[in-house]
Design a protein around this ligand. Structure first.
Ligand code: FEO
Length: 162
């Protein structure tokens, strides 16, 4: 495989694990805020991110490339509100989409058609992730400061399955 594509995929393994770590941090924030539904939603998301990382991990190994398991950065999980946590997640997803697009650009430049096909799944997934985080922000904004509505929303989002 093209060296630059391998390097970018390796970096993405770390970024996906960081995403899992970030979502786990958000989940922990909601647990501390006594909002178990939100905590569960973000914990499911953390599991999904680990699956994303492992997809790339397996792809590299299946192509006889090495996988670098580099250090995962610390997560700052001091949020002032549910809305701030949801906005942080949304900002991160947009960043990840940009990183996936960069790998796709490198694969196109290298005429690496297998990696382009592989990345198609991630492009579709990122569109869904961005939609989910946007929906979450909209729901939290709708609830505003109404504690009863927040309690009901917590019940609703807690029904998300992995
Ligand atoms: Fe794996 Fe949420 O990006």
């Amino acid at each position: 495989m093209n060296k630059n594509v391998v390097e970018l995929l390796n970096a993405q393994v770390n970024k996906e694990f960081f995403s899992a770590y970030l979502y786990l941090g958000i989940s922990k924030y909601f647990t501390k805020e006594n909002l178990p539904g939100f905590a569960s939603w973000y914990r499911v998301q953390a599991q999904e991110e680990q699956e994303h990382a492992m997809k790339i991990y397996d792809y590299l190994l299946d192509n006889d490339e090495d996988v670098r398991l580099s250090q995962i950065a610390q997560v700052d999980v001091n949020f002032d509100s549910a809305l701030e946590a949801a906005k942080d997640a949304d900002k991160h997803e947009h960043y990840i989409t940009g990183e996936i697009v960069k790998i796709m650009d490198a694969a196109v430049e290298a005429k690496d058609y297998s990696t382009q096909l592989f990345l198609d799944w991630f492009i579709t997934e990122q569109a869904e992730e961005e939609r989910n985080s946007k929906d979450m922000i909209a729901k939290i904004e709708m609830v505003g400061c109404d504690k009863k509505s927040l309690y009901l929303l917590d019940k609703e989002v807690g029904s998300r399955k992995s």
